[in-house]
Design a protein around this ligand. Structure first.
Ligand code: PHE
Length: 454
């Protein structure tokens, strides 16, 4: 059906504006918020990281979100075509995004697989445990046993593939309407339980009160990478999603609500996880396993905890899938829109390749942990750094230069005002996108390069 539509040269549109918001928010809200944000806060010194994160979000993330969606809506093309239609030799920026989506999904699917495993564990009642040491051991045993984690990674990719080949509006929109609000409600409940646990205060303090001595270039770099990762900005997802918007959509509303929602979920995930980490006597800096060890312990101290536990991991899986489909979609729509490929075939080939590239990431949680492919980075860390700190950041930088200077912020504002309403923050936005975002991101990017190379 979708290929037929493409042949007729009519692009699908979102069924409704709320459909777009849900899908874009679905892309943004994912493991980045629930799994990565809390442990990044833990690894990067707590409140100081959160503070820098929020500053970057407002000064860099939000202006870029508007830039991306506007570019998509203007051109009605997915990333590569969008850049090219305005300036021929900029198509590579879209290409960079495809590469980035590919590498993110390669390790995102590792964690997606963990979530599936935890759904099953929760259903079987195996997570009704309060002791962080036991929970840690369960997690450790699982990720270090390569066969099962590789299988679960494959299942996650297959689920992603199945949704993507059903086309855009049918698959994504319907489920989001139920699952996203459910996730939101759920995480509020968990956060309330977490902050009221005895001993939680130290965690709240760690999360919210910035210790300025913790700020260094690494923290700054990781905070910016986290903003891009969490907002799905810098790799063409938002350009592509914006391209499905009608000319009468209010772009400002759409591009403000996504970062706000995304950040609320990230902060709530922080409140759900970090206070509990302190309360149960776990270490905030224990890395990628943080959510998987801490939250079951929180559930174990809640009435109906195991029911919550099951529901929660199912909702996390859903959130992860609405993000992973956006990554796969960017790759697939390139081959469909640009190369005239068959959607199903393209999606299948890309998914298989992703799986092959992604298996080493899963293995680096176990037997390949010490297999360093660059500096002291194993495959998992390498894909993570490569995407968050280099590719997304470069994509964000190029997007700001492109919209601010090449296409021109003026023209973008004109597109934004097409609905007949004035954009009151136009001059502020133009200033940020032209003079603040490019140099700020550039400086941080240079440092990331140094960091990854040395
Ligand atoms: N934003 C998603 C998350 O937070 C991850 C993602 C990054 C999705 C980049 C698409 C593009 O989980």
């Amino acid at each position: 059906l979708v290929t037929e539509k493409n042949k007729e040269n009519k692009r699908e549109k979102w069924g409704s504006k709320i459909g777009f918001i849900l899908a874009a928010a679905g892309s943004a809200v994912g493991l980045g918020n629930l799994w990565k944000f809390p442990y990044s806060v833990g690894n990067n010194g707590g409140g100081a990281f959160v503070m820098i994160y929020l500053i970057f979000l407002i000064l860099i993330g939000m202006p870029l979100m508007l830039a991306a969606i506007t570019l998509g809506r203007k051109t009605q093309l997915s990333a590569v075509g969008a850049y090219r239609s305005i300036k021929k030799n900029w198509a590579f920026v879209g290409g960079l995004g495809i590469l980035c989506g590919f590498f993110i999904l390669a390790f995102y699917s590792t964690v997606g697989g963990w979530v599936i495993y935890y759904c099953i564990k929760a259903v079987m009642g195996d997570l009704a445990i309060k002791d962080p040491n036991v929970l840690g051991a369960i997690f450790g045993d699982f990720i270090s046993s390569p066969t099962s984690s590789i299988i679960y990674q494959g299942i996650f990719l297959i689920l992603t593939l199945l949704i993507v080949i059903r086309g855009i509006s049918s698959g994504i929109e319907k489920a989001s309407k139920v699952m996203m609000p459910a996730l939101f409600a759920m995480i509020i409940l968990i956060a309330i339980r977490s902050v009221t646990l005895p001993g939680a205060l130290a965690g709240i303090d760690f999360f919210l009160v910035p210790d300025f001595s913790k700020i260094n270039m690494d923290v700054i770099m990781n905070a910016l990478g986290q903003v891009f990762f969490s907002l799905s900005i810098g790799m063409g997802v938002m350009v592509t999603y914006g391209s499905y918007l009608d000319k009468d959509t209010n772009l400002i509303g759409a591009s403000a609500s996504i970062p706000v929602l995304d950040t609320m979920v990230a902060m709530l995930a922080g409140f759900a996880t970090l206070p509990a980490v302190f309360a149960i006597g776990f270490k905030a800096s224990s890395g990628p396993g943080l959510m998987f060890v801490t939250l079951p312990a929180v559930f174990a101290s809640m009435p109906f905890g195991m029911l919550f536990c099951i529901l929660f991991f199912i909702l996390v899986l859903f959130a992860a899938l609405t993000s992973s489909i956006s990554m796969l979609e960017v790759c697939v729509s390139y081959f469909v829109d640009e190369k005239g490929a068959n959607r199903i075939k393209a999606a299948m080939i890309i998914t298989v390749t992703m799986y092959i590239v992604g298996i080493p990431a899963t293995l680096s949680m176990g037997p390949w942990q010490e297999l360093h492919i660059l500096g002291n980075l194993n495959f998992f860390d390498f894909y993570d750094k490569l995407t968050s700190n280099i590719l997304l950041t470069s994509g964000g930088l190029l997007l700001s230069i492109f919209v601010g200077w090449i296409w021109g912020a003026e023209n973008a504002v004109e597109e934004i005002e097409k609905i007949g309403k004035k954009f009151i923050f136009a001059s502020l936005w133009k200033f940020l996108i032209k003079y603040i975002v490019p140099p700020a991101v550039f400086i941080i990017l240079i440092n990331s390069f140094k960091d990854v190379i040395t």
